[in-house]
Write a protein that binds this ligand. Structure first.
Ligand SMILES: C[S@@+](CC[C@H](N)C(=O)[O-])C[C@H]1O[C@@H](n2cnc3c(N)ncnc32)[C@H](O)[C@@H]1O
Length: 438
């Protein structure tokens, strides 16, 4: 398959309006960083919970210099934000290489001949593209995470999507949410869901989920240094309205606001003080990088925030081999019910995935996504089948086909589209070519 590169030359520049909004937001976030000590003292909070700890305790100079770069940078700096966030996903997007291999500083300058280098050295799509192809085919197109081609997003263009390691990694999270039935469950609520994400990285999961649930109220609770990246990413992409939760301002998980709220981690107590409730709390690749005290504090708070009706979705590695922890050992003290999700639509390289609840019936609400194929009719020795958001044309000569099997749509002669009309048109066109019709 030929997949052309997506280059910087293909990137759309951020609008002046978005830049101005981004500058205003980062000023407030910088204040949240500077004011943290005072806030913690005045509110008698535990610094061991509130200050960056574990893997994020300031030892990561690359993270702090990237934070300063985004805090002080000009238009060009913000316009290439995606090259400055490798510590979140471990992938160096500038060189389309794992960060551990390139060992590049996150604020390294972009060489003037960058597109040329990508075209010559990264012409061939990498293994992430293969995985992306394999695992996006079985899911409805509406659930595809398609990062906007801006801010430095580069990679390979496949089916109109800019694919790179991060596109795959965040698609994997969506695939697991879909396959485990959580996306269906959120739809079944019959109202915009209230979602809280703890440790949101640069905001890709928030972007993807808000695309699926545009009216959801979405809150990201993170170190304020990290909120500068997610806040700017979401603001500059201009899909979402974004605001920072500031001390003493009103705070709400009310979906009618339909926006993204950024909550500095040390203000978590506000959610509890004001009895807010969430349907879904998400934590991926983050709790196992915190300290035991922080994980206990979060798990206890999550238990209160989801009450008897919400769920906690968590995907984390066991980091004990790195001198850190396995957060699951600690979460279970606060959330008595859990089930392990064993996804088929992901390689699950990023740690095991568990769903947690206060009461067992909550877990039973989740029905593994298990769609039933429905025969709509037959034309010209094809069966027309409605299955999992797609319409299939299945040559009867192939005999029974298990559509749940990954790659079934690649079988010779199988046709798949988002409408019956398209499938039937393709069958007729094919038959005309082969002389079956006059
Ligand atoms: C490795 S990144 C993972 C980002 C994203 N969730 C993902 O799946 O790619 C870890 C995230 O945890 C956040 N984090 C670290 N310490 C935290 C704390 N005490 N409270 C909230 N978030 C924290 C980091 O700022 C970062 O956003």
């Amino acid at each position: 398959m030929t997949c052309p590169n997506v280059l910087l030359a293909d990137n759309r520049d951020i609008s002046q309006h978005a830049f101005n909004r981004g500058v205003e937001l980062r000023r407030k976030i910088a204040h949240a960083v500077e004011n943290r000590g005072t806030y913690v003292t005045e509110h008698r909070l535990d610094p061991l919970f509130c200050l960056p700890r574990g893997n994020w305790d300031g030892a990561q100079n690359d993270f702090s210099s990237a934070y300063e770069y985004m805090r002080d940078g000009d238009y060009d700096a913000l316009n290439r934000l995606r090259f400055r966030v490798q510590f979140f996903s471990g992938y160096d997007l500038m060189w389309l290489t794992p960060g551990a291999e390139s060992r590049r500083s996150s604020i390294a300058p972009i060489p003037p001949n960058h597109d040329q280098w990508i075209k010559t050295q990264r012409a061939e799509p990498d293994s992430w593209v293969e995985l992306w192809l394999k695992f996006t085919r079985p899911i409805p197109t509406a659930l595809r995470f398609s990062p906007p081609v801006m801010l430095g997003e580069i990679g390979w263009r496949v089916d109109g999507v800019c694919v790179n390691h991060d596109t795959y990694a965040y698609q994997e999270r969506i695939n697991i949410l879909y396959e485990s039935g959580i996306i269906d469950w959120l739809h079944r609520l019959g109202r915009p869901p209230r979602i809280l994400e703890i440790g949101g990285g640069y905001g890709a999961v928030a972007f993807a989920l808000r695309r699926i649930f545009p009216s959801a109220s979405y809150m990201i609770c993170d170190l304020p240094e990290s909120l500068i990246f997610s806040g700017l990413y979401l603001t500059l992409c201009e899909q979402d309205q974004v605001h920072l939760v500031e001390p003493d301002a009103s705070i709400s998980a009310d979906p009618s606001r339909g926006d993204v709220a950024l909550l500095p981690n040390y203000m978590l107590h506000l959610l509890l003080d004001r009895d807010l409730a969430f349907d879904l709390v998400i934590n991926t690749l983050s709790m196992s990088e915190m300290t035991e005290l922080q994980v206990h504090a979060y798990a206890e708070a999550i238990g209160r925030l989801i009450g008897r009706t919400g769920l906690f979705f968590e995907q984390n590695q066991d980091n004990t081999n790195l001198g850190l922890l396995d957060c699951k050992d600690h979460i279970r003290h606060h959330l008595p019910w859990s089930c392990r999700l064993e996804p088929q639509l992901a390689v699950n390289t990023e740690g095991s995935t568990d769903l947690w609840a206060n009461v067992e019936p909550q877990l039973n609400l989740i029905q593994l996504h298990n769609p039933v194929p429905k025969l709509l009719g037959s034309i010209d020795s094809y069966n027309i089948v409605d299955y999992d958001g797609f319409i299939y044309g299945l040559p009867q000569a192939l005999g029974p086909i298990d559509l749940a099997q990954v790659g079934a749509e690649d079988l010779k002669g199988v046709i798949r589209h988002d409408s019956r009309e398209k499938v039937e048109a393709e069958i007729r066109a094919g038959n005309q070519r082969w002389g079956l019709r006059r």
